[in-house]
Design a protein around this ligand. Structure first.
Ligand SMILES: [Zn+2]
Length: 260
C-alpha cells in the first residue's frame, strides 16, 4: 500500500529533537508521501528545511487563525515568496477558530486576504475550521477555492456545499474517539470517494487507544483501517484512492518530486 499523510506538523516543538529521524523512519512503512502543514510565520523556515531534507515531504505555508496576532505586517508578500518554491504545494492552514480567543474580525480579514491570493494564483488551500462551520463555509462559498477541509466535523450539508465547487475533506483519527467521532462519521459516510483524503495532524490527535502519546504519520494506517471498516471496502482501496486524491489536489507531479 502507498499512503499519503495529507496533513502533519513535523515543524512542531514536540518534534524538535527527532523530526528528521522520525521522518526517515517512515521509509520502512507504507507512508510514501507527507504534506507538512504550516501554522505561523515563526515556523516558515522549519517547514522549508523539512521539505528540503526529505524528498517525499511537501509543504504548505500560511497563517493559522490561532496565530493572526503574531503575523508580520507584510505576511502576504512573505507567503507569496515562499509559494514560489516547487515543494510548497498549498497555502495553509488558514481559516477560522472560535475555540481560542483571537479577535474574530481579525481572523476573518487574514482568512479572506489569504483566500483571495490563493484563488488569484490558483493554489490549493488547507482549511482549519474549529467551531466556526457556518461562517467558514459562507466565506469559502464567496471565493470557491480549490483545496481541503481538514478534520472537518460540522454539518454534512455545509460539507456538501464545499464539494459542489470541488473541495476535498481529510479524515484523521478523530474517527476513533467515542466522545466526538459521530459528526466526523456522519460526514465520512456522505463523502464521495473522489473527494476523500486521510491525515494524522501529528503530533496531535493520536488514535484513541494511545491518546496520551504523540502521534506520527504512520498512524495514518489506522485512519485507513477505520474508514475501510465503516464503508465496507478494503484498506487497499482506501489507501489507493486517498493517495491519488491527495496527489491530485496538491498537484504533485514529476516536476516537483525532487530527487535528492
Ligand atoms: Zn494542522
Amino acid at each position: 500500500m502507498e499512503l499519503f499523510d495529507s496533513h502533519a506538523h513535523y515543524e512542531d516543538a514536540m518534534f524538535e529533537e527527532d523530526r528528521h529521524e522520525r521522518l526517515e523512519a517512515l521509509r520502512s512503512t507504507d507512508v510514501k508521501y507527507v504534506l507538512n502543514c504550516c501554522s505561523d510565520a515563526g515556523v516558515f523556515e522549519t517547514v522549508i528545511e523539512i521539505t528540503e531534507v526529505h524528498d517525499f515531504v511537501y509543504g504548505s505555508i500560511g497563517i493559522h487563525p490561532h496565530w493572526v496576532l503574531e503575523a508580520p505586517d507584510n505576511y502576504l508578500d512573505v507567503i507569496w515568496d515562499y509559494l514560489q518554491n516547487d515543494k510548497i504545494v498549498a497555502l495553509g492552514e488558514i481559516g477560522l477558530d472560535y475555540f481560542w480567543k483571537e479577535p474574530r474580525d481579525l481572523q476573518e480579514v487574514v482568512f479572506r486576504r489569504q483566500l483571495g491570493m490563493a484563488v488569484d494564483a490558483d493554489i490549493p488551500v488547507i482549511i482549519h475550521d474549529r467551531d466556526a462551520h457556518a461562517d467558514c463555509i459562507r466565506i469559502l462559498e464567496e471565493y470557491k477555492p480549490q483545496g481541503i477541509l481538514h478534520r472537518y466535523g460540522g454539518p454534512v450539508e455545509l460539507l456538501e456545499k464545499a464539494f459542489s465547487w470541488g473541495m476535498y475533506v481529510s479524515y484523521n483519527n478523530d474517527l476513533t474517539y467515542p466522545e466526538w467521532r459521530q459528526p466526523h462519521i456522519d460526514c465520512l459516510m456522505k463523502t464521495p470517494w473522489e473527494r476523500m483524503l486521510v491525515e494524522t495532524d501529528c503530533p496531535y490527535a493520536p488514535p484513541y487507544e494511545r491518546k496520551e502519546d504523540r502521534c506520527e504519520s504512520s498512524d495514518v494506517a489506522n485512519v485507513v483501517k477505520v474508514i475501510a471498516e465503516l464503508r465496507g471496502v478494503s484498506e487497499e482501496f482506501v489507501a489507493k484512492i486517498t493517495t491519488e486524491n491527495a496527489k491530485r489536489v496538491y498537484r504533485i507531479t514529476d516536476k516537483n518530486k525532487v530527487e535528492l
